[in-house]
Design a protein. Structure first.
Length: 274
C-alpha cells in the first residue's frame, strides 16, 4: 500500500499559528491517534527524516498521526528566543484537541528526546483536567530538562574553543542574569532555559495506568541502567511497559540521511501488541 500524502496546515492557537502535518489513518477502522512532540533546537531538523518515515508507517498501520512545530520552531510563528516551556505545553494541548476532533481510537503521545518530557507532562495535564487518558511512546527520552539544557550549553563551549570566540559571560551565568545567549545558531532566552531546566518526568503514580513504549537506540542489546530504574517505577505504578534497546544511529545528532528501520519496525510491533 502506498502512503497517502500528509495534510499540511496551520493550526490557530492563542499564541499564534502553528505548522502541522496530519497523516490520515489508512485501511479500515482507525487503530488510534498519535500526537508527535519534537525534540529541542537543531535536533528537530536532524530527526525530521526518521520521524516522517515513522509517521507514514503508522498511518499505513491505521493510526492518525499529527506532527506540530511548536512556537518559534520550524515553520511555526514566533521566534525561538521568545519561546517558553509553558507555551510549548499549550501548543501540545491545542494539537491534542485538534486531533481529538479529527481522528478516533486511543490516544498516544509520542515524544522524542526532550519531546518525551513534553509528552509525559501533557499526559499529566490531561489527567489533572479530567480529560482523556493517554498512552506514551517515548523515543530516546531525556531523563530531565536540566540534563538537556546542560548538553545544549556545552555546544557554546565547543564553539568558543573551535572558533577562538570573544571573551563573554558563560551562558549559564548570562541566562541567570536574564540575558539571552546565542548557541549553535539559536537564541536561547532565559524563560525557555528556566522552563526546560525545571521540566521533569511526572511520577508514574500520578498518572492513570496505561501503556508505555520506551525505545532507545544503542549498540548494546540492553537498556541503560538509568532507564531500567525509571521503568521499574512505571511498572510498579501499574503501567504496561514495552521497553527495548534497538540497533541504529544516533540520528538526532546529525543532519543527513540517517535512517533507523529497526526503530520504526520496533515501534509498529510494540503498538500492535494487544
Amino acid at each position: 500500500m502506498s502512503a497517502a500524502l500528509p495534510q499540511a496546515f496551520f493550526l490557530e492557537t492563542d499564541g499564534g499559528r502553528r505548522f502541522c502535518l496530519y497523516h490520515s489513518p489508512q485501511g479500515g477502522t482507525p487503530r488510534g491517534r498519535v500526537l508527535y512532540l519534537h525534540p529541542f533546537a537543531e535536533e528537530l531538523n536532524s530527526t525530521r527524516r526518521v520521524v516522517a518515515q515513522q509517521a507514514r508507517a503508522l498511518a499505513q498501520a491505521g493510526y492518525g498521526v499529527l506532527q506540530i512545530d511548536l512556537a518559534g520552531c520550524g515553520d511555526s510563528a514566533g521566534d525561538f528566543a521568545d519561546a517558553t516551556w509553558a507555551a510549548w505545553l499549550q501548543d501540545a494541548q491545542a494539537a491534542r484537541r485538534w486531533l481529538a476532533d479529527h481522528a478516533g481510537g486511543p490516544l498516544w503521545l509520542w515524544g522524542l528526546r526532550s519531546g518525551a518530557l513534553l509528552a509525559a507532562q501533557l499526559a499529566g495535564l490531561l489527567h489533572a483536567q479530567g480529560d482523556e487518558p493517554a498512552h506514551l511512546l517515548l523515543w530516546q527520552p531525556v531523563a530531565s530538562g536540566r540534563q538537556m539544557l546542560q548538553q545544549f550549553l556545552r555546544l557554546h563551549a565547543a564553539g568558543q574553543w573551535l572558533g577562538g570566540g570573544k571573551d563573554e559571560l558563560p551562558p549559564a551565568q548570562a541566562l541567570a542574569q536574564g540575558q539571552a545567549v546565542h548557541i549553535a545558531g539559536y537564541c536561547l532566552g532565559p524563560a525557555l532555559a528556566q522552563g526546560l531546566a525545571e521540566a521533569q518526568m511526572p511520577a508514574p503514580s500520578a498518572l492513570p495506568p496505561g501503556r508505555l513504549v520506551w525505545l532507545e537506540l544503542s549498540p548494546a542489546p540492553a537498556l541503560s541502567p538509568a532507564a531500567d530504574k525509571q521503568l521499574a517505577a512505571w511498572r510498579a505504578s501499574g503501567w504496561r511497559v514495552e521497553a527495548q534497546a534497538v540497533a541504529g544511529p544516533a540520528f538526532w545528532q546529525t543532519v543527513g540521511s540517517d535512517e533507523a528501520p529497526a526503530l520504526i519496525q520496533s515501534t509498529l510491533a510494540a503498538l500492535a501488541l494487544a
